[in-house]
Ligand binder design. Structure first.
Ligand SMILES: [Zn+2]
Length: 462
């Protein structure tokens, strides 16, 4: 099997990984590069963007733009696999954005011909066996994959974390569906951002619940597809006896999850409680509300899930009484020096805000616990802006293969390695009577045996 990372070894974003065996090609993710990262040339990849596609397929780990955002550009004949619920959420998002972004229509078209996989159900593409494993991330219905061919197994993590509501079962799931693997192709978003995981999702909910003791307006700026956070804050509002107010698009996204029969559908977190979120109505360009609405929010307080746009700005101005604003996403959007700077969001939060957020990605200690469960021969970092730091951090315990964009490794299956011949040479003189060979390039090379490299019984089969 050959593993190639076409993009995403440094920095984060736009990851494309290829697994190839006997002419069959399995690609994982095809997303946009993050704002501000140096744009690479458009990718030209045989079997993905061009050429023979009859032995190819693309797997999508989850619906974040840096993993799925460019699928609209791919040829229609290329089979694309994605989890059902993730696809439905992306379709709602793309439809919502299609009024301002033409590219979204191409994503919708591509998703309409996609194929589904289900968590824990093995499927095959040519010689590849693929096991999708559901994993906790700030995108819902996100997956890691165990990919096997040629006697080599790889765990491709996708984006994940271990401090969310759905993380507790990770160890058990890995034991049941993955076991040990030869390689881990691993995301490393938080290598240099240890502070982003200081709270668990449950602790964050508790903090928000405490804030709701004040019966005033609580206005939260939050990604519309951060399902766990949305439902977490919704239930907090319910427990505080407050209205939870969203617009029609946000309600549609919540409905998709609440009415699905996904793996998590038994969890109360993703079900509506005593009353559903209240949907804002529109009249022309603006939201409209009546006196009864104003009376209710005055007496009970409310949680409003807002987005930084003129319609919400106007609504918030018109709502009476005291208000607190919260930012519940990455703070980099407010940093003018950052290329991801969001001027509308910065303006909406001008008068001050409280920060209530925790990362969708794994911290490095938990990452090492994952490696200990999987016991890989080596780890290949992707989706990171600090690949060298990642290597430094883990290399004492695990071999780390630091690839650059476009580079490949060819793991040899243990079946093949057992029957091949290996001779190792060292080019500096050794102290003892180690046999010496003169080579064509004029170097003298000293043959190494088990006493230098440790016992490796399978290597003795010449
Ligand atoms: Zn992601």
């Amino acid at each position: 099997m050959k593993i190639t990372v076409h993009r995403g070894t440094d920095p984060i974003g736009g990851c494309v990984t290829e697994y190839e065996y006997k002419g069959w090609k399995l690609f994982v993710d095809y997303g946009e590069q993050l704002p501000g990262s140096p744009k690479s040339n458009p990718l030209e990849i045989e079997g993905l963007t061009k050429g023979d596609l009859t032995k190819s397929a693309l797997l999508i780990t989850h619906y974040h733009g840096d993993h799925i955002g460019c699928i609209g550009e791919l040829p229609k004949e290329l089979p694309l696999y994605i989890g059902k619920l993730g696809r439905d959420i992306q379709l709602a998002l793309s439809e919502h954005l299609s009024y301002v972004d033409e590219n979204q229509n191409m994503i919708i078209e591509r998703l309409n011909t996609s194929r589904e996989f289900s968590p824990g159900q093995l499927f095959s593409v040519g010689p590849f066996n693929v096991m999708p494993v559901t994993i906790d991330h700030s995108a819902f219905d996100a997956y890691a994959f165990k990919i096997e061919a040629d006697g080599v197994s790889v765990f491709h993590t996708g984006d994940f974390r271990t401090h969310g509501f759905r993380s507790k079962k990770l160890g058990k799931m890995l034991e049941q569906y993955v076991g040990r693997v030869d390689y881990v192709v691993c995301e490393g978003t938080n290598v240099s951002r240890s502070e982003t995981t200081s709270y668990s999702e449950a602790e964050l909910q508790k903090k928000f619940e405490n804030a709701l003791a004040q019966k005033i307006g609580h206005i939260v700026y939050l990604s519309s597809t951060n399902i766990d956070r949305l439902f977490s804050f919704y239930h907090a509002a319910l427990r505080a006896g407050m209205l939870f107010i969203v617009d029609a698009y946000q309600k549609q996204v919540m409905d998709i999850v609440a009415k699905s029969d996904s793996l998590w559908s038994k969890s109360k977190l993703y079900r509506y409680g005593e009353y559903e979120p209240l949907t804002l109505f529109r009249k022309g360009d603006d939201f409209t509300f009546n006196d009864k609405f104003i009376e209710t929010i005055r007496s009970k307080g409310y949680v409003l899930i807002a987005r930084a746009n003129p319609r919400f700005d106007k609504l918030i101005q018109e709502l009476p009484g005291e208000k607190i604003k919260y930012l519940s996403m990455w703070q980099g959007y407010l940093d003018e020096k950052n290329d991801a700077y969001n001027a509308a969001l910065a303006k909406a939060l001008e008068g001050g805000y409280q920060y209530l957020h925790t990362s969708g990605h794994c911290d490095m200690n938990s990452m090492n616990n994952l490696f200990r469960l999987l016991q890989p021969k080596a780890i290949i970092p992707i989706h990171t802006d600090s690949p060298d730091k990642f290597a430094e951090l883990f290399c004492e315990e695990w071999p780390v293969i630091r690839l650059h964009d476009g580079q490949s490794i060819m793991p040899i299956s243990s079946l093949t390695a057992d029957s091949c011949r290996l001779r190792m040479f060292y080019t500096k003189e050794l102290k003892d009577e180690t046999p010496c060979e003169s080579r064509e390039d004029g170097e003298e090379a000293y043959g190494l045996d088990a006493k230098h490299i440790g016992a490796q019984p399978q290597w003795n089969r010449e």
